[in-house]
Design a protein. Structure first.
Lengths: 372, 595
């Protein structure tokens, strides 16, 4: 391995059931395929791994439900992956057992992202999640007990039938666990999905409440000593975490426009101005790699102006200033001035640009206006 | 042809009562066109006319019947063209008054019948569509006889569709209508009752010769406008153009003028010979002025030159269309156009969109105002945003409206007219069931949605016609709209003082719905002068983010932002506020159903 790509994503698509709101590439059932899939992943690593640097900065195992993968196969995979400074695995609370926690720890996993979503039983049901609130807490303490010292919780807000009190309760419960990291997303219901169909009117009502929910989330978490370092991501401030930087290094790489390799079905890679997405179809993926061939992929060329636009749209999600050097063509100078007058963006010495606090709440619209 | 063997007549009828079909049948029965040449409704040449069933441009066709020369002068069939109708009628000695056997008399029938009576025309009453299962020929004949003071037995009963009774109609024209008077030896005089523009031959005038005669290559003059030209050719339509040596007294035909501008030859003017001019023009010439105005703006500002060219071309054939460049800070470059009425506006808009493939924003129509400023200056104002702040007096056009409704719907119609500042004139029973209501109303009160309201409050049974009767002083206010403190010219309106607060409130409410939330609070105000009469605040957006964005989402999120960006480009910028184009049409539907 002698390339320059320092970030690796591995997709593990298997799930026990599909949650109504989910739009990731997932595979339900097919427990018998875990071994074949891991074998295929390792074959793909063999084919594509030449671009990777050694050592890697980050590896991220996402899903699906990576922790649903048969333990033996998960272990085989983790042992075969190249070493990295940060290795994150996504986990669903109901899959976390002491054995699994020990396995992750032993295989060098440094960080676990736990899909809590909510602590309210009825909201978990609306989301079609299998875990109950106790499962979330138990999973958290099990991982902690195994010595994992970088845990993240995912929360979702804007769930049908959620009230502001429910949101406060969720934030209280999450903060009580003192996780190193929190990701808080508004529920995105894609039009035409079963979920949207079932909850249409209620989703519309939640959309109206969404802006106060977002403000509430940011206010509560920052008051509690978390750094709002990306639009939807928070980490314990270094002063409260033995000076550790607890931002997700893997995700920071995306937001800073770094190259990354993705393995597995539906995984996206972006390397040197090329982006591709591997086929999301399991059978084709397995067949191609069994034959020693590269699986089908969807290619997207990223010409320089597109890369620059992406740098702006990703960079402005962060709380760190964006260096404008080389991005002049991507930014509409007139819009920049207008937004500056409105107190939504700030230019600083050294040719950097950052959103103001208010600007961050309006980041999407501000970026749309800013892009030339 | 000797004068006593000539008959000049028109057909007057409500839309859809069968005027065009009757005209077609007359051409057929007199062998003017053969069956093979017969195209349904030969006289309506414009695509739009056929589609809407309205005759826009009058024309004249000569047919021969039992040794007589019959000239059928087609009249435009709608309220906006009353003046043109009256000129066409003046060119005739008689008129067929056609009424649908199933529908009976409509408001337009009454208006045009009165117009014909005023012009001393012999009226030949005809009940058409007697073949319809729902026909009540006796009822319709009784109504029509009552209207014109004739006996029901004298009313012809026909079916233009099947051809039944057409020959009786032709005989009646010969028997009942007098031959044209006029002096063949006097200095030449002809009434221009229509004109059109031919790409190759210039302006073609359609005329009725009253005295003397006209022939080709003679210097001529239009007496009211003073336009001089040489006749290139004279002739008649049968139904295509047939050149003739001369058009004699009493005859109807065309004169090719070689003029390049249709507005130099106005309907109602008198043509005479330059060498031996008549001393007096024919009576009745009026300079018709547009009464309804609206701004026309291209949706895409790059289409401005195309819109200008299209208006120029329409104007060639439509002397009553008026336009001048207008700049709106909100809608950009466009034209302020003047129309005879609402239908005229609708037809122009449709032709621009259909024949010239333009995408237009049409602002809310307003009427012409006559203003006397404090400084003693007299102005005609065509655009609310140009109304001076300090005025001594404002006059607005008034109409006399004739409305025919079944008697059960009289109440709602009176209510509507009262809401619209109408003054009751009189009411008469046309039959036991149907009532004619006559009101005077400010034209401004009908330009927006009066007709829709009338239809909906009478379940579609009302028919309506109007005639402008003059200007009257009104207690009017100019209401301006300010968005974030900036006045928006395209949204100004002029309303009666009593309705100003309610209008201002509705307008502000509608705009609050139409304008999306921005990055800052936006005040929407309605004001009379510096006095704010209604205000709403569009609260600033507090959240506008794409929830999550990781390695697999970037392309999709980028495209989402690109779409968001494109959406913003379609908005119009008012100061720092982005206003969707729909918002400018909010004034159009103030009373209409809210979304």
């Amino acid at each position: 391995m002698s390339g320059g790509v320092r970030h690796l994503y591995v997709h593990l698509p298997f799930c026990a059931s599909r949650c109504g709101y989910c739009d990731f590439v997932t595979v339900v059932g097919l427990q018998g395929q875990h071994g074949a899939y891991v074998t295929a992943l390792l074959a793909e690593l063999e084919l594509e791994g030449g671009v990777l640097a050694a050592p890697l900065e980050s590896v991220f195992l996402g899903g699906g439900t990576p922790t649903l993968t048969a333990p033996g196969e998960l272990e085989r995979l983790l042992h075969a992956l190249p070493p990295a400074e940060e290795i994150t695995v996504e986990a669903n609370p109901e899959t976390v057992t002491p054995e699994l926690a020990a396995l992750l720890r032993e295989c060098g996993v440094t960080r676990v992202s736990l899909g809590a979503q909510s602590f309210q039983p009825r909201l978990l049901e609306v989301l079609e999640r299998r875990a109950r609130p106790d499962d979330v807490r138990r999973a958290f303490w099990t991982l902690r007990g195994a010595g994992l010292d970088n845990l993240s919780l995912d929360l979702i807000y804007g769930i049908p039938e959620q009230s502001p009190c429910d949101l406060d309760a969720d934030l209280d419960e999450a903060l009580a666990l003192k996780p190193e990291h929190l990701s808080c997303y508004e529920l995105e219901a894609k039009p035409g999905t079963r979920f949207t169909h079932a909850h249409g009117a209620e989703l519309a009502r939640q959309a109206e409440a969404m802006e106060s929910y977002f403000e509430r989330v940011v206010a509560r978490l920052t008051e509690s000593g978390y750094r709002w370092y990306e639009t939807a991501n928070f980490c314990r401030s270094p002063s409260l975490a033995d000076r550790r930087d607890l931002r997700s290094r893997h995700n920071l790489a995306y937001w800073r426009g770094r190259d990354y390799l993705g393995l597995g079905i539906g995984a996206v890679s972006t390397i040197e101005g090329q982006r591709w997405r591997t086929t999301p179809r399991l059978a084709r993926y397995l067949a191609a790699l069994a034959a020693g061939e590269q699986p089908e992929r969807e290619l997207e060329a990223l010409p320089a102006p597109v890369q620059q636009s992406e740098r702006v749209l990703l960079g402005l999600r962060l709380d760190e200033p964006l260096l404008l050097d080389g991005l002049d063509d991507a930014v509409d100078a007139e819009a920049l001035e207008r937004l500056e007058r409105l107190g939504l963006v700030e230019r600083a010495a050294g040719g950097t640009l950052a959103l103001t606090e208010r600007g961050r709440f309006l980041g999407g619209g501000v970026t749309a206006e800013l892009l030339a | 042809m000797k004068q006593e063997r000539i008959r000049n007549f028109s057909i007057i009828a409500h839309i859809d009562h069968g005027k065009s079909t009757l005209a077609d049948r007359i051409l057929e029965v007199t062998d003017t066109v053969t069956g093979r040449e017969m195209r349904a409704q030969v006289l309506d040449t414009m695509e739009l006319e056929r589609e809407r069933g309205i005759t826009i441009k009058a024309q004249a066709v000569r047919v021969t019947w039992k040794g007589h020369e019959l000239n059928l002068i087609d009249t435009p069939g709608h309220v906006d063209f009353t003046y043109e109708v009256s000129r066409s009628l003046q060119a005739c000695e008689g008129a067929l008054l056609v009424v649908d056997a199933a529908q009976g008399i409509e408001a337009q029938t009454v208006a045009n019948a009165y117009l014909a009576i005023e012009n001393d025309l012999e009226i030949v009453p005809v009940v058409n569509k007697i073949d319809l299962p729902s026909a009540d020929a006796d009822g319709a004949a009784a109504e029509i006889a009552e209207l014109i003071g004739d006996t029901p037995e004298h009313v012809l009963r026909i079916s233009a569709k099947t051809g039944e009774g057409i020959e009786d109609v032709l005989d009646a024209i010969v028997e009942r209508i007098s031959p044209p008077a006029g002096d063949p030896a006097a200095p030449a005089r002809a009434l221009i009752f229509d004109s059109s523009y031919d790409q190759y031959r210039g302006v073609v005038a359609f005329v009725r010769v009253v005295d003397g005669s006209f022939s080709a290559r003679k210097p001529l003059r239009a007496m009211a406008q003073g336009t001089r030209f040489e006749s290139e050719e004279v002739g008649f339509l049968s139904p295509t153009m047939q050149a003739a040596e001369a058009l004699g007294a009493g005859e109807v035909g065309y004169v090719i003028t070689g003029l390049k501008d249709v507005s130099r030859l106005r309907v109602g003017d008198t043509l005479t010979s330059e060498r031996n001019p008549a001393s007096e023009p024919l009576p009745g010439y009026k300079d018709v002025k547009p009464m309804v105005f609206a701004g026309l703006f291209p949706t895409d500002s790059d289409e401005y030159p195309a819109l200008r060219d299209a208006l120029e071309r329409l104007k060639l054939n439509d002397g009553s269309l008026f336009y001048e460049p207008e700049t709106s800070q909100a809608l950009g470059f466009g034209f302020r156009c003047g129309f005879l009425g609402l239908l005229h506006m609708e037809i122009v808009r449709e032709r621009l969109e259909r024949e010239f493939d333009l995408d237009l924003i049409v602002t809310a129509p307003n009427v012409a105002y006559r203003v006397l400023t404090k400084a003693g200056e007299e102005l005609e104002v065509h655009n609310p945003s140009e109304m001076p702040r300090e005025v001594e007096r404002v006059e607005e056009p008034y109409i006399k409206a004739s409305i025919i409704v079944p008697k059960d719907h009289v109440g709602p119609v009176m209510e509507l007219n009262t809401e619209r500042r109408g003054r009751f004139d009189h009411m008469e029973y046309l039959s036991e069931e149907r009532v004619l209501l006559v009101y005077e109303l400010p034209l401004a009160e009908i330009v927006l949605d009066y007709y829709d309201q009338l239809k909906s409050r009478t379940r579609g049974y009302a028919s309506f016609d109007y005639d402008v009767v003059g200007f009257r002083e009104g207690n009017l206010e100019r209401v301006d709209v300010l968005i974030a403190g900036e006045p928006v010219d395209a949204l100004s309106l002029i309303v009666h003082r009593d309705g100003a607060y309610a209008r201002g409130r509705m307008l502000v409410d509608r705009l609050r719905e139409e304008i999306p939330r921005q990055f800052f609070d936006v005040a929407v105000q309605a004001a009379i002068g510096s006095r704010v009469i209604a205000r709403e605040t569009i609260k600033a957006k507090r959240k506008d983010v794409l929830a999550k964005c990781y390695g697999g989402d970037i392309s999709r999120k980028r495209k989402l932002l690109e779409r968001q960006k494109a959406g913003k480009k379609r908005m119009k910028q008012v100061g720092a506020v982005e206003v969707p184009q729909e918002a400018f049409l909010a004034v159009l539907n103030l009373d209409g159903n809210k979304k």
